[in-house]
Design a protein around this ligand. Structure first.
Ligand code: PGA
Length: 255
């Protein structure tokens, strides 16, 4: 059984004071929440604060990016060991904003995923197509290549530690979400692609999220799909009230 996993990607939002308030609010609101693993992903400057605020609760903390080297002259970068020291259990890798604005390649994503696993961090590896690629019927070609590249340095035994987030780029922050059926179709394809790389049994353990305009109103329809194991949430993770309602609305009793 794959445990559902819902992560809130705060992106470049929240000062440390605001981050503390949000993390404490969620910790209080979710004391009895067990259905999904919940991961808070604040900006790097607020990781220590958030980790402190949720210590002793079931909420986990993640980083939004890392660099694969352990240390060195890499101004502005953060190593996997540094994230781990702050209390991170997860790290988002290859988000489309990093691929787009900061020119991260599939090769970078593979190296970052490897570095995360080497330091006991679970990578949440993002893949997704542009609107033009979808309109040209290239979804499987694009996603297949991204998934194969991202898993190139992952061993089959590590599959259960890896999370893939399918985030169609046209659905991120636009309010235009993929239909649950379309998301299930692509996520089923991601699982089949992963089974070619890691083996069928291992691919069955891989958790795959949907991301892109996930809200309290639509989360349930994604979670009801057989291959969708959770969500990567941006905008709707920035308020205690919205994110906690989203987490409760996500609950599917029997899958
Ligand atoms: P959104 O962002 O929920 O605001 O669309 C999702 C993401 O980028 O992870």
């Amino acid at each position: 059984m794959r445990k559902p996993i819902i992560a809130g990607n705060w992106k470049m939002h929240k000062t440390t004071a605001q981050a503390r308030e949000l993390a404490c609010g969620l910790a209080a609101e979710l004391v009895d929440y067990k259905w999904a693993e919940v991961v808070l992903v604040p900006p790097a400057t607020a990781i220590a604060t958030v980790a402190g605020a949720v210590a002793g609760t079931k909420l986990a903390v993640g980083g939004q990016n890392l660099f694969w080297e352990e240390e060195g002259a890499y101004t502005g970068e953060i190593s996997p060991g540094m994230l781990q020291e702050l209390g991170c259990a997860y790290v988002i890798i290859g988000h489309s904003e990093r691929r787009g604005y900061f020119h991260e390649t599939d090769e970078d994503v593979a190296r970052k995923a490897r570095a995360a696993l080497d330091h006991g961090l679970s990578p949440i590896i993002c893949v997704g197509e542009t609107l033009a690629q979808r309109e040209e019927n290239k979804v499987e070609e694009v996603i297949g290549a991204q998934v194969k590249a991202a898993l190139a340095k992952v061993s089959p035994e590590e599959a259960a530690k890896v999370v893939i987030a399918y985030e169609p780029i046209w659905a991120i922050g636009t309010g235009r979400s993929s239909s649950a059926e379309d998301a299930q179709q692509v996520i089923g394809f991601i699982r089949r692609t992963a089974s070619e790389v890691l083996g069928e049994k291992q691919a069955a353990e891989l958790r795959i999220q949907y991301g892109g305009s996930v809200k309290p109103e639509n989360i349930h329809q994604y979670m009801a799909q057989s291959d969708i194991d959770g969500a990567l949430v941006g905008g709707a993770s920035l308020s205690t009230q919205q994110f906690s309602s989203l987490l409760r609305a996500a609950i599917v009793e029997e899958k």
